[in-house]
Ligand binder design. Structure first.
Ligand code: ADP
Ligand code: MG
Ligand code: MG
Ligand code: MG
Length: 421
């Protein structure tokens, strides 16, 4: 069959366009005229359709040639769908069961047909705003990060394969550019698309933009992000990219996948738990949320502990790449040498993740892409109070990251700042 040029799907055209697609009909049945189609994309970039047929349902995600949030004044390549597809296949291999199953990929139409994560699946961010305590997220996400980040690096992969992957994902230039600008740069000057709760935060925003230590640190982190092509990142691992039930956790939406530092995914993820923590005050009109706050700090501690334990386990059992080769250590009877190197690596992941977490907090309050944790707080004074505490916390952990020695220290700081009036 001849390749048709790209055309955006719509609720109306989808059945006709995908009605003969065997990957789709195998999942949901052939009677396309009776398919029920809904567009549910709540993200910033793409179209997401739920398609229900007589025998089941699938999700069809399609990229658009521009940023959905902004419109066609901001073009963005369709190729992000290609990177999302390839990232999903690698994540499934490296951390089986952690992502939706993929049924079909059409590069020209920039669309991925995947497993529908049906209710009671809910976006993690939503669940946390509702005050729900999910019992498994720390373990599931900690394992996902350790497995994908370790197994996508030169600690594990044959270096030829890793270099081929590095080259493949190096082309994800524009999405990487979004991170480079939106996360590391725009929050710290008067960038055009920035917004913040105003006038309540105006003073603090001016202070942060004049904060030399903070700006230097943000640029050191940007340099690290851009230059340390250590492993295949998810690249957008926030609580809006995770779907959960009480027993299940799935990561979605890795279109920002790129080779970068291990600490980036971990820091971004933990930042989202800390932001949820600081936003709880804005959601507790109906009930006190002390238990939720304690839960969230517990989740950060457990996620980091699970990550460390699994990363260490993989270091001891799957260190098959060219780095820290066994011939230098275990094969000479020197087990401690490998443990010493592991300690160093975990220490630098820790130090860097605090930096990435701190600036992730800032960009979600000062930049273009805000998150619902704070946005859903209708009372602007209350929202600004929550945001101001989070900004202060973010500044502290980014600038002082080399002097902070454990997750309890960070969580104690968060609790102390949260208590301030
Ligand atoms: P974007 O890249 O535009 O952010 P996402 O992949 O994050 O798109 O999807 C947007 C929304 O669509 C998600 O927040 C979720 O509600 C829904 N969604 C995406 N993938 C699935 C899926 N596999 N199953 C169920 N819902 C999904
Ligand atoms: Mg998304
Ligand atoms: Mg996305
Ligand atoms: Mg130190």
């Amino acid at each position: 069959t001849q390749k048709l040029p790209f055309e955006a799907l719509s609720v109306e055209t989808l059945p006709a366009r995908l009605g003969a697609n065997e990957a789709v009909t195998a999942q949901i049945g052939k009677d396309a005229r009776r398919w029920k189609v809904r567009e549910v994309g709540d993200g910033n970039l793409n179209l997401v359709f739920i398609v229900e047929g007589a025998e089941g349902a699938v999700v069809v995600k399609q990229a658009l040639p521009y940023v959905r949030l902004v419109g066609d004044s901001w073009p963005l390549p369709l190729k992000r769908s290609f990177f999302e597809y390839h990232a999903l296949t690698r994540q499934e291999r490296r951390a089986p069961g952690s992502v939706p199953s993929i049924h079909h990929f059409d590069e020209a139409q920039a669309l991925i047909v995947m497993e529908y994560l049906a209710p009671p699946h809910i976006i993690l961010r939503r669940a946390l705003i509702e005050g729900r305590q999910l019992p498994n997220i720390a373990r599931d996400i900690g394992l996902f990060m350790a497995r994908t980040l370790f197994r996508g690096s030169d600690l594990h992969m044959p270096t030829k394969d890793r270099k081929a992957d590095l080259a493949l994902f190096a082309d994800n230039v524009e999405l990487c550019g979004i991170t480079e600008d939106l996360v590391f740069t725009d929050p710290y000057f008067d960038a055009k698309l920035n917004r913040h709760t105003s006038p309540q935060l105006d003073g603090l925003v001016a202070e942060l933009r004049a904060d030399r230590d903070l700006k230097v640190e943000a640029q050191r982190l940007k340099h690290l992000f851009a230059a340390n092509a250590e492993t295949l990142l998810h690249g957008d691992l926030h609580s809006g990219s995770i779907m959960v039930t009480d027993t299940e956790t799935r990561m979605i939406d890795p279109e920002f996948a790129f080779y970068g530092p291990i600490a980036f995914d971990v820091g971004m993820l933990l930042a989202n738990f800390w932001m949820s923590f600081f936003s709880q005050r804005g959601h507790e009109q109906t009930e006190k949320r002390d238990a939720m706050r304690a839960y969230l700090l517990g989740v950060t501690a457990e996620t980091w502990a699970v990550f460390r334990a699994e990363f260490s386990h993989l270091w001891r059992t799957e260190r098959t790449g060219m780095l820290y080769h066994r011939s230098l250590f275990e094969d000479q009877g020197d087990r401690l040498g490998a443990e010493q190197a592991l300690d160093h690596m975990l220490h630098s992941i820790w130090t860097d993740l605090l930096g990435f977490a701190g600036i992730e907090v800032h960009r979600r309050i000062l930049g273009l892409a805000h998150n619902a944790d704070f946005e859903a707080i209708a009372d602007e004074n209350l929202r600004a109070t929550c945001e101001a505490k989070a900004l202060k916390f973010g500044r502290h952990i980014a600038v002082n990251r080399r002097q902070i020695h454990g997750i309890d220290e960070v969580n104690n700081l968060a609790a102390r700042i949260e208590q301030e009036s």
